[in-house]
Write a protein that binds this ligand. Structure first.
Ligand code: UDX
Length: 400
C-alpha cells in the first residue's frame, strides 16, 4: 500500500486561525492524510475541553501540544504581540525542528503569520505551504502598502489574485473552508472548533423572533473595547431600537471591574430588545432565519461566514486586516456599511437602523449574489473545489 501523506498543520494560536485551519485538517483527512495539528498547550486543552476533535478525526490524527510557555494572555499587555512572538520563536522553533527529525513528514502547512515555521522548513529542506486566514485583498494591501502609498494607488483596484501570483506563483484559493467542509460532508453546519464553552441559551430566544429582525453583534476572539467605547457603543445599539444578540466575551472590556455600574437605561433597553451571550456557535447563529444583519469587527473568518450565509454587515474594524476587509465589504462588494473607527452613539444607532430597515432590500440582493458565488466556488467544478483537489494532489506528489 502507498504511504499516506503526513502533514503538520500549525496555526497561529487565535480562535479564527485555529478554526479555519482545523477545518482544512478535516478536509485533508477526508482524503486520507495523516495530520499532526500543532497547537499551544492552552489551545490543546481548550479544544479537548470544548470540542469533539478527537472522535471527529480518528486514528490518523494527532493533536500535538507545544511545550508550556506560549500564551495569548500577553496580548492584553503593552508589547504583547512581540512577547508572543518571542515565546513562539523560543519554544516552537526547537520543538518543531526536533519533532520533524523524529517523525516522517511530507509537508508543513503553517499559518502565514508564522515565518518561524518557514525558517525551520528551509533548514531541513521540508516543503512548506502557507495558509492565510486573511483575505487576498488584505494580504496584497500589506505587501504593497509602501509602493501603493507612493504612487497614489489606494484603494486597490483590479484583479488581486493575478497580482499576488506575480510574487507567490503557487496560490491555492480553497476558501471558505467551513463552507467547503459543509459541502463535502453534505451537512447543514460543521462541528465546532470553539476554544471556549459555547452558550446555546440564546436559541430559544432567537427562535421566537420574526425573520431577519435581529442584528447579531460580535467582535471576534481578540479585539477589546475600552469602558468608554463600550458605553458609547451600547447606547448606539439600544437607541437603534432594533432587536440584538450580542456576544459579550468575558475578556471583551479592557480594565472592566465588577463594581462598574451599567446605566439603568442600557439595562432596560437590553432587557426589552436584546440578548447577551458569552460565546456562541457563530456559524449556527448566522444561519438562523431571525438574523438580519451582523455588526462585526471584520475579522476574515466572521466576514466569510457572513458572506456564505448572505447576511449584510455593519463593519466596525479594530486592527490588522480588519480595515481592508471592511473597506471591501462596504465599497467594493457593497454588502453593508463600513463605519470605520467611528465610536459615536448616533452614528452607530443610525447605521443599525439603516441596515435593518431602510437599505435592507438593496443589501440583500448583493448578499444573495455573493452567497451564491461562495457556494458555487466550493461545489464540484468550482474554483475552491478545483484548488483543494490540486493541493491534495500536490502534497501526495511530495511523498519521497
Ligand atoms: C483574528 C483577527 O482578529 C482577524 O482580523 C483575522 O482576520 C483572523 O484572525 P478573530 O479576531 O478571532 O481573528 O476574528 P475572526 O477572523 O472573525 O474569527 C473569529 C472566529 O470565532 C470565527 O470563526 C467565529 O465563528 C468564531 N466565533 C466568534 C465563535 O465561534 N463564537 C463567537 O461567539 C464569536
Amino acid at each position: 500500500m502507498d504511504p499516506l501523506p503526513h502533514v503538520i498543520i500549525f496555526p497561529f494560536p487565535a480562535q479564527g486561525h485555529v478554526n479555519s485551519m482545523l477545518k482544512l485538517a478535516q478536509l485533508l483527512s477526508l482524503s486520507n492524510f495523516d495530520i499532526t495539528f500543532l497547537v499551544t498547550l492552552d489551545t490543546h486543552d481548550h479544544l479537548l475541553n470544548h470540542t469533539d476533535v478527537i472522535s471527529r478525526f480518528g486514528s490518523g490524527f494527532l493533536l500535538q501540544a507545544l511545550p508550556h510557555g506560549i500564551s495569548m494572555d500577553v496580548m492584553n499587555t503593552r508589547d504583547g504581540i512581540s512577547m508572543l512572538y518571542d515565546s513562539l520563536n523560543k519554544i516552537a522553533k526547537p520543538f518543531l525542528r526536533e519533532f520533524i527529525t523524529y517523525s516522517p513528514v511530507t509537508c508543513l502547512i503553517a499559518d502565514g503569520l508564522l515565518s518561524l515555521a518557514g525558517d525551520v522548513a528551509k533548514e531541513i529542506n521540508l516543503p512548506i505551504i502557507y495558509f492565510r486566514t486573511a483575505s487576498a485583498s488584505s494580504f496584497w494591501s500589506y505587501f504593497c502598502m509602501p509602493d501603493l502609498i507612493q504612487v497614489g494607488e489606494l484603494p486597490l483596484k483590479g484583479p488581486i489574485l493575478s497580482q499576488i501570483r506575480t510574487v507567490c506563483p503557487n496560490v491555492y484559493t480553497i476558501g471558505a473552508v467551513h463552507a467547503h467542509l459543509k459541502a463535502k460532508l453534505a451537512t447543514k453546519s460543521t462541528s465546532s472548533n470553539s476554544l471556549w464553552q459555547e452558550d446555546e441559551s440564546w436559541m430559544s430566544w432567537l427562535d421566537t423572533q420574526p425573520p431577519k429582525s435581529v442584528i447579531y453583534v460580535s467582535f471576534g476572539s481578540v479585539a477589546g473595547l475600552t469602558k468608554e467605547e463600550l458605553l458609547e457603543f451600547w447606547y448606539g445599539l439600544v437607541n437603534s431600537e432594533q432587536k440584538f444578540l450580542w456576544v459579550m466575551r468575558p475578556d471583551l472590556i479592557i480594565g472592566r471591574e465588577k463594581k462598574d455600574e451599567i446605566p439603568v437605561e442600557l439595562e432596560q433597553g437590553t432587557k426589552a430588545r436584546g440578548y447577551m451571550a458569552d460565546w456562541v456557535p457563530q456559524e449556527k447563529v448566522l444561519a438562523h432565519r431571525a438574523i438580519g444583519g451582523f455588526l462585526t469587527h471584520s475579522g476574515w473568518n466572521s466576514t466569510l461566514e457572513s458572506i456564505v450565509e448572505g447576511v449584510p454587515m455593519i463593519c466596525w474594524p479594530r486592527f490588522a486586516d480588519q480595515q481592508v476587509n471592511s473597506r471591501f465589504v462596504g465599497e467594493v462588494w457593497k454588502m453593508g456599511l463600513d463605519i470605520k473607527d467611528t465610536c459615536d452613539r448616533d452614528i452607530i444607532a443610525k447605521s443599525i437602523r439603516d441596515l435593518m430597515e431602510k437599505r435592507n432590500g438593496e443589501f440583500s440582493q448583493r448578499t444573495e449574489h455573493m452567497a451564491s458565488l461562495a457556494k458555487k466556488a466550493v461545489n464540484e467544478g468550482g474554483s475552491s473545489y478545483i484548488n483543494l483537489d490540486r493541493l491534495i494532489q500536490d502534497i501526495r506528489s511530495m511523498i519521497p
